[in-house]
Design a protein around this ligand. Sequence first.
Ligand code: NZQ
Ligand code: ZN
Length: 385
Amino acid sequence: MQNFEFHNPTKIIFGNETIGRLAELVPSDARVLILYGGNSARKNGTLDEVRSALGSRFMQEFGGIEPNPSYETLMQAVEYIRTEKLDYLLAVGGGSVIDGTKFVAAAVNFSGDAWNILLNHGRNIDSALPFGTVLTLPATGSEMNCGSVVTRRETHTKLAFMNTHVFPQFSILDPAKTYTLPTRQIANGVIDAFVHITEQYLTYPVGGMVQDRFAEGLLQTLVEIGPKALATPEDADARANLMWTATLALNGLIGAGVPHDWATHMIGHELTAAYNIDHARTLAIVLPALLHEQRNQKHDKLLQYGQRVWGINSGSEDARITATIEATRDFFERMGTPTRLSDYDLGNEAIDLVIKQLEAHGMTQLGEHGDVTPEVSRRILTTAI
Ligand code: NZQ
Ligand code: ZN
């Protein structure tokens, strides 16, 4: 196992009817900005619950944070906070609202052009406003990590940043808040969490026995509950387990002391930036093709994953690896999520554009070995047609 440090300061409040706990979690003298997305949090009553839990605190609201939050919109929130002298942020929504809030928290204190936060992947932040979250969509793990992804619409640039200053102070995870999610977003959540796990697990063995078993347990849980969460929206156990699995998939625990891949995500981000395909849907396209392309480098872990998660034990090693990749693709398809570029009417021209963007963003040595060059990314995307 590799050396590691593990530190996660985010407090999790998990369970039904927990939004009222905001009354004790947010400082009583805070000047609060509630940030939210489109209309879902208003329509399903979450915003009203949040407001009433905050009681007599000074509060303002900033809505309209888009899926794949835009730098342009978030900078409006930054201006608003500066003008109104607000000092505490509360994100109410999914990964986009939480990521957007992280960026805003860092940008308010940042001097100079805040886009540099993204260009430096967060290394240049030395403070951020404190914030908490109320999660309404289990998927990204943003509620318990210090990463954020922001898109600059004018240039179709989607970049990530990380910094320990943007860990949420707390996150409220009420599984009942997911009942209003459309099935497509539930499928997205299952697949995003699934691929967060594979990015930290499907690499090469380093003797991280606990990390492997945790990862396999989380993957098996998603395989079991994913279809249930789709078919029976008010299955409380399925929703609760999905929420906790998605959080654990990217809170640092399973990734401590083991190699990481993240090539699927980096290629996927370019597909979202260029063609506005939902984040998780890009992962469902890229991952099966990437596993196929990297089957030699990932040989040992693919066999282990096939055996322990999918029960694939017989046949030659090569046949087992092929069956494992196909089981993964089949799972995504069973979740109602297409796994081919052609399902979005995209082909070689799209590949040319994505490769150009990967190069422009320095994504030329991806993967756990740094061997996913633009040429390899091209082969992956070609397989994905
Ligand atoms: O905007 P509203 O009206 O709220 O609707 C949202 C949005 O349209 C809706 N929604 C959320 N909660 C709902 C609901 N609809 C009904 N009932 C509810 N309870 O769902 C739609 C999608 O929301 P979004 O927040 O965009 O989805 P998700 O949580 O999948 O977040 C995706 C973003 O997170 C980034 C992605 O790149 C993408 O920008 N990621 C962040 C990561 C991180 N911070 O660690 C890691 C991930 O790999 C990912 O890159
Ligand atoms: Zn993701």
